[in-house]
Design a protein around this ligand. Structure first.
Ligand code: LMR
Length: 336
């Protein structure tokens, strides 16, 4: 069941009152809300964090994991975290623009993360730290980046050339860079919460979407999407975040143990993301309902050319410094 804004306030008030007593004797409860299935890298990571945190702090900490937008959808979950109604989330880095931190969207610039090494250089280096520092004035603390691999495009028609996108309504996450990217390809982007995508594809509210194989498989998009193009145009990363005053207010020994559990869960997720997505792709293929399209080098070059105007067009929004820090880390060359 999802909550209205007023019930969210009530939940936040209760959570704050509860926190007071929890520190006295009963265990500290960490509500970890997310929007994907348990069987994805993020879903498995959340359960791993629960396992490790509860094993390290028996009777002192309980982690409640709420997958599949059970508690909140994309936008509401960030509001709920700020209000203290939940303590931990792992939204995609493409969802921080509406919070007023558009610098995260530098990671959405097409092809900018290049490859796995480029992705790691950004998330594990100074860029990741600088992005997390921007969350603190919003009452949010960034703990880790979790990987979910490269993104693909799907529709009910084959998407091989930019022309194939013409007039297609494509669901995107709430990033202005993703919006500009879809427009550059000729599509009509529509921002939509993840939990609404399946039905929107089924009813024709949108024609296609972008995402990773693990999400495609677990959301059963094969029922409603006939073609999936291996475009690798973006990389899906999550920022594991906590309510800052909750986190800073934890007893130091508990916080240290939770930091260790988070570090180990992060290594776990980042270790399974690639193989989980490869397994998911194999299952999508074996299912036989969705045809997988590999792009030729010439087709890929056409995509790259079509999205080339996006970098300059988005500089004012994302910030030249943010873009430069990402390109420096990845070695990506902006088109002249
Ligand atoms: C999406 O909205 O497509 C993704 O961010 C969902 C997720 O959390 O993997």
């Amino acid at each position: 069941m999802r909550r209205s804004f007023s019930s969210l306030f009530a939940a936040a008030a209760l959570a704050l009152a509860g926190a007071h007593f929890a520190f006295a004797d009963s265990p500290i409860v960490i509500k970890f809300s997310h929007v994907v299935a348990d069987g994805t890298p993020k879903g498995r990571g959340a359960l791993k964090f629960k396992e490790l945190a509860e094993a390290a702090l028996p009777g002192r900490v309980v982690v409640e994991v709420y997958p599949n937008s059970q508690l909140y959808k994309d936008k509401e979950e960030i509001e709920a975290l700020q209000l203290g109604a939940v303590q931990m989330l792992a939204p995609s880095t493409s969802k921080f623009g509406p919070l007023g931190v558009p610098e995260f969207e530098a990671m959405d610039l097409p092809f900018i993360l290049k490859d796995e090494a480029g992705y790691r250089a950004v998330t594990e280096g100074d860029v990741g730290k600088a992005l997390f520092a921007k969350l603190e004035p919003k009452g949010i603390k960034g703990l880790a980046f979790w990987d979910n691999g490269f993104e693909m495009m799907s529709a009910n028609k084959p998407l091989r050339a930019p022309d194939d996108f013409k007039g297609l309504k494509m669901r995107i996450q709430s990033s202005k860079v993703l919006d500009a990217q879809m427009r550059a390809l000729g599509a009509i982007p529509q921002v939509m919460a993840f939990s609404e995508v399946y039905q929107a594809l089924q009813t024709g509210v949108v024609d296609g979407t972008e995402g990773t194989p693990s999400n495609f498989l677990t959301q059963k998009y094969s029922d409603v999407q006939k073609y999936l193009t291996v475009s690798n145009h973006n990389h899906l990363a999550y920022a594991v975040i906590v309510n800052k005053s909750f986190w800073d207010g934890l007893p130091a020994d508990i916080r240290t143990a939770l930091e260790k559990a988070m570090k180990d869960s992060t290594d776990y997720v980042n270790g399974i993301a690639k193989s989980d997505n490869e397994d998911a792709m194999a299952k999508i293929k074996a299912g036989g309902k969705t045809q997988i399209i590999e792009l030729t080098p010439e087709q890929k070059a056409q995509w790259i050319k079509a999205v080339a105007p996006v970098y300059a067009a988005m500089t004012a929004r994302v910030g030249a410094a943010a873009i430069e820090s990402v390109t420096k880390a990845t070695g990506f060359e902006l088109p002249k």
